[in-house]
Design a binder for this molecule. Structure first.
Ligand code: SF4
Ligand code: SF4
Length: 200
């Protein structure tokens, strides 16, 4: 049978006096004053400013932050990128995406309604991850508090307004291709590359 090693070699707490002693020790331990010292040092620093005057001042959000979704358009034609494949709806862990599609006169599938229950969404980013058209992405909008638990955003809320198409930049945020995407794609299908080279 193996032997047990006692890692905590402090005396066990048995009486109320022991408890009180431990309380005093923890309350007035050196670490507390170290922490207070750091706070005091930062407070006394010149130009020390750690408080943001929200909502007058806004937080600088990183491009890859997963905020409220956007549905993008193709920059050249202005067509909607979303092809109504339904992958985002299928993968959604919160089951909060709903969409309706129909066959358009041109024989292509059209998305006639697209909604997300933003009160239920957990902003996991899976919808943006699976979208084959880079249509649904996460924007940087983080002000989405609501009085109701069911708080819906609809297609017209997410989709780039056609008159703002020129301002729609190549998206850098969550759901966009990473900068080294080309490199990664080239790395993946090594066997095919070898085959191609043999044929050449
Ligand atoms: S971010 Fe996650 S929870 Fe929210 S809609 Fe997308 S897949 Fe669903
Ligand atoms: S995964 Fe992308 S293309 Fe497919 S339905 Fe969702 S947003 Fe549209």
């Amino acid at each position: 049978m193996g032997t047990y090693l006692r890692l905590d070699d402090r005396e066990p707490i048995k009486t109320n006096i022991d408890k009180f002693r431990r309380f005093l020790k923890r309350t007035f331990s050196v670490e507390l004053f170290v922490g207070l010292g750091v706070v005091l040092r930062e407070m006394l620093k010149k130009n020390s400013n750690h408080t943001m005057f929200y909502p007058m001042e806004k937080v600088n959000i990183d491009a890859r932050y997963r905020g409220v979704h956007k549905l993008l358009r193709l920059a050249e034609s202005g067509n909607e990128r979303c092809i109504g494949c339904g992958l985002c709806e299928k993968i959604c862990v919160s089951n909060c995406i709903a969409m309706d599609t129909k066959l358009g006169e041109d024989g292509r599938k059209k998305v006639i309604n697209y909604s997300i229950n933003l009160g239920r969404c957990v902003y996991c980013g899976l919808c943006a991850d699976v979208c084959p058209e880079l249509a649904i992405v996460h924007g940087g909008d983080y002000e989405f508090a609501s009085e109701q638990r069911a708080y819906y955003g609809f297609k017209e809320d997410f989709l780039t307004n056609i008159k703002d198409l020129k301002e729609q930049k190549e998206f850098e945020g969550y759901g966009a291709l990473p900068n080294d995407a080309d490199f990664k794609v080239k790395l993946t299908p090594t066997t095919y590359i070898k085959k191609d080279q043999e044929n050449d």
